[in-house]
Design a protein around this ligand. Structure first.
Ligand code: HEC
Length: 121
């Protein structure tokens, strides 16, 4: 067996492991539960503030994109709500505390096409 072959055989499992580790920790992060405000009426606030641009509780595209089934991570949704996007969407970090924004993210994640949205419980 050549040296290269030997090295490959010895190192490959380690490389595979190293490649998998970040993916595993990312998955763990994505599943992390954030503390969210349970007494916050997300639905009413969404209707009053967000629905103007995010139609049908974010289940349809309007001036803003559809939010249901977003491919973005929870953190990306959170950051967009907290910090907005200049010229496109206001930032709501002053209006809503972090735990309220996490409640909004939870609400967005629960959206389904044919089910009337509910506040996160
Ligand atoms: C004036 C219109 C407007 C209002 C009001 C508004 N948004 Fe947006 N929102 C947008 C636009 C436009 C984008 C796309 C920004 C971009 O280019 O990334 C967006 C993006 C988002 C995103 C990221 C979605 C994605 O997949 O990129 C989230 C989450 C979001 N809005 C939530 C909210 C919430 C929650 C509210 C109410 C508190 C709200 N928005 C109010 C216009 C609005």
């Amino acid at each position: 067996m050549s040296v290269i072959n030997y090295l490959l055989k010895a190192l490959l499992p380690m490389l595979v492991l190293l490649a998998l580790l970040p993916a595993a920790s990312l998955t763990a992060m994505a599943q992390e539960e954030h503390a969210y405000a349970k007494d916050f009426d997300v639905k009413a606030n969404f209707r009053n503030i967000c629905a103007f641009c995010h139609q049908n509780y974010g289940r349809q595209e309007g001036k803003g994109p559809q939010l249901m089934n977003s491919a973005k991570t929870d953190e990306e949704l959170f950051n967009r709500i907290k910090n907005g996007k200049p010229g496109r969407m206001a930032s709501f970090g002053v209006a809503f505390s972090d735990d309220k924004i996490w409640a909004i993210v939870k609400f967005i994640r629960s959206l389904k096409p044919d089910v009337d949205p509910e506040n996160p419980s």
